[in-house]
Write a protein that binds this ligand. Structure first.
Ligand code: CTP
Length: 398
């Protein structure tokens, strides 16, 4: 993915600038051509020589230097870039970019480029959480910039909070995803996420432990790869930018939303943990404890995958605590799925609420891909890779 790609790496004035040196070295070793732009403030933390030595390329340090080529440097870098990565990004550069300022080589290059821009913030927690910074980030996300969220930990200013530059792995993964973008352009996908809530009364419900993170990872990666995405969600996680978001609660509401959304879809991914049972009667007012102890009578909810038919790829999840593969294979055939993701919820560090997952991707052609424990975003990309290996033109009605 990185080989022979041109990455313009913008480094701004944060103590995390030293980590950008490692990143530049990694990207270079992976075969990318890395053109570094250092802002004036960055040069107080790290020298151009460091990057020159690591990337074996000239380092751009200002608007007014006489460069070796005759073309304007900000234009030539902007045009050559397959991606622009700003790591670390200060609150200052984020604010500048949000308002289209172009008063140094980095901001000018970003304004002049058509390449995707990845921003990796690193700053004091209060600066990061300040509504004005968050507003600026929101503006840029809405314009298609990709942000790699900072981590929480001890900061250089001796406080503990959110603001540490994301890990190199996360940054490289994001660059890979963004550079790979485009292989889902033209596809429309519907993803469900979260556990349904089946009301007992206006206050209580039957629910489950699903956080919605796997479904969100599926939606975000599809969006990053260029797909049009509808996310039908029960989750309280904020709606991701750039997807059509439909909030639902119960299995019945989810069914209705999915039936509508799949009309022109190419893929349906049922990552939601749909309740199989709901109370037969939902009390109109809160059930008081003064009423005698009662049994809750339950009835089946609709099976969404079985009810939703059409000419699209059907991906289901089988979250199991025992007999993982045989149960998952059973669901593949019973629910007429193209792909089932067998998900062992008992694996430590995976499953509900976690950022990681351990799955086996089973396809209807019999192939089984047993993946190691990995971040849900990476699992999602592997699932999309498998989905894309199907020939969309040959699908028949389910
Ligand atoms: N599913 C669905 N509608 C339901 C229940 C599940 O569409 N009412 C979907 C889930 O979103 C998932 C797949 O079916 O993609 C398998 O869900 P799971 O809960 O593992 O299977 P069930 O069919 O409910 O079987 P069981 O709970 O007995 O394991």
């Amino acid at each position: 993915m990185l080989k022979d790609r041109t990455i313009v790496l913008g480094v701004t004035g944060s103590i995390a600038a030293y980590k950008a040196a490692e990143l530049a070295s990694y990207l270079t070793k992976a075969g990318a051509q890395v053109d570094v732009i250092l802002t004036d403030a960055a040069q107080k933390f790290i020298t151009p020589l460091t990057f020159r030595s690591l990337t074996h390329r000239p380092v751009a340090v200002g608007m007014w230097e006489l460069s070796e080529s005759f073309s304007s440097q900000h234009i030539s870098l902007a045009q050559a870039a397959d991606a622009v990565v700003i790591a670390p990004a200060t609150a200052d550069i984020i604010a500048k970019l949000a308002y289209g300022l172009a008063d140094d080589l980095l901001s000018t290059t970003v304004l002049a480029t058509k390449a995707p821009v990845i921003v990796v913030p690193a700053m004091n927690t209060n600066m990061y959480e300040n509504p004005v910074t968050q507003e600026n980030i929101g503006r840029l996300v809405a314009r298609g910039f990709t942000f790699v969220e900072p981590a929480t930990g001890r900061l250089a200013c001796d406080t503990v909070g959110k603001g540490r530059m994301a890990s190199q792995n996360e940054i490289v993964d994001t660059i890979g995803r963004v550079l790979g973008a485009g292989d889902m352009v033209g596809l429309r996908v519907v993803v469900t996420a979260g556990g349904t809530r089946e009301a007992i009364d206006p206050v209580r419900f039957i629910g489950n432990r699903s956080s919605g993170k796997m479904g969100y990872a599926m939606a975000e990666t599809a969006r990053d790869r260029g797909a049009g995405v509808v996310l039908v969600s029960t989750s309280t996680l904020p709606a991701p930018a750039g997807v059509e978001f439909i909030a639902v609660e119960s299995a019945a509401e989810m069914l209705e939303a999915v039936l509508e959304a799949v009309r022109d879809a190419d893929v349906l991914v049922m990552a939601a943990a749909v309740a199989d049972f709901k109370p037969k009667v939902t009390a109109k007012s809160k059930i008081k404890k003064s009423v005698p102890v009662q049994n809750l009578e339950l009835e089946r909810t609709p099976d969404i995958l079985s009810e939703v038919k059409g000419k699209f790829i059907r991906v289901g999840f089988a979250a199991e605590s025992e007999n993982l593969l045989s149960n998952a294979r059973g669901k593949l055939s019973e629910k007429k799925l193209d792909i089932v993701i067998a998900n062992d919820v008992t694996v430590e560090g995976a499953g509900f609420g976690s950022d990681n997952n351990k799955v086996t991707i089973i396809s209807r052609d019999g192939s089984e891909d047993d993946l190691p424990l990995m971040p849900k975003l990476e699992v999602a990309d592997k699932i999309w890779d498998r989905v894309l290996s199907f020939e969309f033109g040959t699908l028949v009605d389910s």
